[in-house]
Design a protein around this ligand. Sequence first.
Ligand SMILES: [Zn+2]
Length: 319
Amino acid sequence: MPKHRKLIMINRFSLSAMLLISTITTNCSKDSANSATTTATGSITIENVSDLATADMQTWSTTAASKMSSQTSNILAVSWNVGAQVKEGGFNRPFNTHAVTITSEQIETLMTKISSWLDTSCADDSTKTEELANFRNYITNGADASAHLVMCGVYRIVLMAFPSTMSADDRKSVVIHEFYHAFQQDLADEACGAKRDSSTNGKWLVEGATEYFTFIELYGATAGVSKLLEKALEAYNSDNDTAITGSSITHRAGAGIRYMIEKGWITESSILDGSFFHSCITESDYTDTNANIVTTKANWYKIEATNGVYGFTAAALGG
Ligand SMILES: [Zn+2]
């Protein structure tokens, strides 16, 4: 049965963050995880040659995983350093080209580890060959990768290249953001993916929930919400675009998620424990036929600061 290999990525290093969920058909010999299970069986493997401490990445990812109601993904995270940006683009996925700072020895170490991990996965030979060539290209040629890929079913790969100028908070944000994608179970569901690829709301719901979780992890419940809404307002003010899928989509969409939580239309716990993404409800219950979604898209940017705390305006919440 054909399965989809999917990619979720946000390029965080360009002025306008972009969303891309591409689908590549491939074959997969194992079924994807049964999302009904409540037993956490997933594994996390980190192969890191970046300046970021592996211990920190382990702590952040395992802490995030422990908050999931069901963490079944087997995740390989691969991270390395890159230097200053050389040019935009340059790869078959939307990464920019940066100066190469990784050594050839480090490249071979990473490639050997990735290959070994793929051998334990359900990826077929053609997928392994194709993706190993892709990964070698990214790592060898300075891709500023920040991506989550579904190799097949529960087997997920997170690629993270850290530019030398990236702040500590941004590095942590990248790690938590990409790992949360790896926890989103229905990203590996073929039928769900087909609907989401062509849906109006699925992509922003995926990104918004991911960034919502990330901000709460980074800054805590209260400050996290305020900072996320501040970023969403910044995105809106930058271009006066009311589209929830506009520039810096993660922040806009994160505000949309918060709006629905405050209105009581989704539960915060279903976002923070990942269960919102167990059974493709974004494509069944949160389409434009749901009036609450329409209202959310009309109000997400109505944000104000009161004594330094960002929140929705009374008009927004009344609407
Ligand atoms: Zn994302």
